[in-house]
Write a protein that binds this ligand. Structure first.
Ligand SMILES: Nc1ncnc2c1ncn2[C@@H]1O[C@H](COP(=O)(O)OP(=O)(O)OP(=O)(O)O)[C@@H](O)[C@H]1O
Ligand SMILES: Nc1ccn([C@@H]2O[C@H](COP(=O)(O)O)[C@@H](O)[C@H]2O)c(=O)n1
Length: 210
């Protein structure tokens, strides 16, 4: 069984997926972390982020590996842990450039499709492109201001700057970010984290009964 949780930037995908995965006793996988790892390696190597062959060569050399722990995914390159470096504003600003490259999307998709079921998959196109046959699909939204207020608790920038960066990233990610027609769309704005997890677990109960 695969459950997909897609949504816009900072809509709560990772936190919600972790909670749902823990409740179900299965792993979750964050596809965004793989795009972020490719971006970080490109930035560190001084590679042009539009240059797909150069990025793929870096991925070949550094072989970033996703560790899909339910309490929080981690990413490794050999013995070096990349996880903490993947959520900087520099990576946020560059990742959408990398994510539009078809070669990079194919690389991420291949990593994800090689994983053994069951799992919760979160990202932008999990329910549409990568796992269209998933057993249950969800899509998270919230207003840019609410998302920025939440993110401001984790970042040094102020709320208007965070909001502007989120809106820019949403626009750049728009092509791959449409909800699947069969996804349940959840506005997380009025809900707590536990509330969103509860709505999804309830939705999964309904899927089980169908
Ligand atoms: N319903 C909610 N109520 C309050 N805070 C929330 C809720 N959902 C998520 N958060 C908080 O919002 C922040 C962003 O959540 P999270 O990192 O899970 O989003 P994301 O969609 O995975 O982000 P990104 O797209 O940047 O990877 C976190 O601090 C998280 O704890
Ligand atoms: N399925 C996906 C997942 C992510 N992306 C791109 O990666 C960026 C970071 O993802 P987060 O989930 O950590 O926000 C995101 O902004 C997209 O550019 C994607 O294209 N498809």
């Amino acid at each position: 069984m695969i459950v997909t949780i897609d949504g816009v930037a900072a809509s709560g995908k990772s936190s919600v997926s972790s909670g749902v995965a823990r409740a179900l006793g299965i792993p979750y996988v964050s596809s965004g972390l793989l795009y972020r790892a490719a971006t970080l390696l490109g930035l560190e190597a001084g590679v042009d982020l539009h240059d797909a062959p150069a990025l793929l060569a870096l991925l070949d050399n550094h072989a970033p590996r996703l560790e899909p722990l339910a309490e929080g995914n981690r990413v490794w390159s050999g013995t070096r842990e990349l996880t903490d470096a993947l959520h900087s504003s520099r990576v946020d600003a560059g990742v959408s450039v990398v994510a539009v490259l078809p070669e990079l999307r194919a690389w991420v998709d291949a990593q994800l499709r090689a994983l053994p079921e069951p799992f919760v998959a979160e990202g932008r196109d999990m329910g549409t492109n990568v796992f269209p046959h998933a057993g249950a699909k969800f899509y998270l939204t919230a207003s840019p201001r609410i998302r920025a207020e939440r993110r401001a608790r984790e970042r040094p920038e102020d709320i208007p700057a965070i909001e502007a960066a989120l809106v820019r990233r949403d626009a750049k990610d728009q092509v791959q970010s449409a909800p699947a027609p069969d996804a349940q769309v959840i506005d997380t704005g009025p809900l707590t984290l536990e509330g969103v997890i509860g709505v999804i677990l309830e939705g999964l109960g309904e899927v089980g009964k169908a």
